[in-house]
Design a protein. Structure first.
Length: 130
């Protein structure tokens, strides 16, 4: 609390002096010496390298996404082809089953007709008395 007994004028002069010192310090920082220039160039090189790496990562990410999309499209096409093949196989099997069923029904009808004709012939023969 050494500043406790200071007058207003003392405080104002200390504040003005502090402002003046800060201004001088700022002006000194604006002076371009070789070390500052070199540090600034290094920072700029680091920023440029960072931007280049970011661009490379972005390009690699886009390439990976394109590859994944291409693989997904190939997989979808393969799946569609497999589905079509299964549907065609099922349709062929259904048609074959239908043909077998129609052939079986025709065979059964022929056997039934043959039995009927045999019954009729036997009945006719019994009536004639042969």
């Amino acid at each position: 609390m050494s500043n406790y007994n200071q007058s207003l004028q003392d405080r104002l002069s200390l504040a003005a002096e502090a402002k003046k010192n800060m201004l001088e310090k700022f002006k000194k920082s604006l002076i371009l010496d070789p070390a500052k220039i070199e540090r600034r160039q290094q920072r700029e090189a680091i920023v440029a390298a960072r931007a280049e790496r970011e661009a490379q990562r972005e390009a690699a990410r886009l390439q990976r996404e394109a590859e994944l999309a291409r693989q997904a499209q190939i997989a979808a096409e393969a799946e569609a082809a497999a589905r079509r093949a299964l549907e065609e196989q099922a349709a062929r099997e259904a048609a074959e089953q239908e043909e077998r069923q129609a052939a079986l029904l025709a065979e059964q009808k022929a056997a039934r007709d043959a039995r009927y004709a045999a019954r009729k012939a036997a009945k006719k023969e019994r009536r004639r008395g042969y």
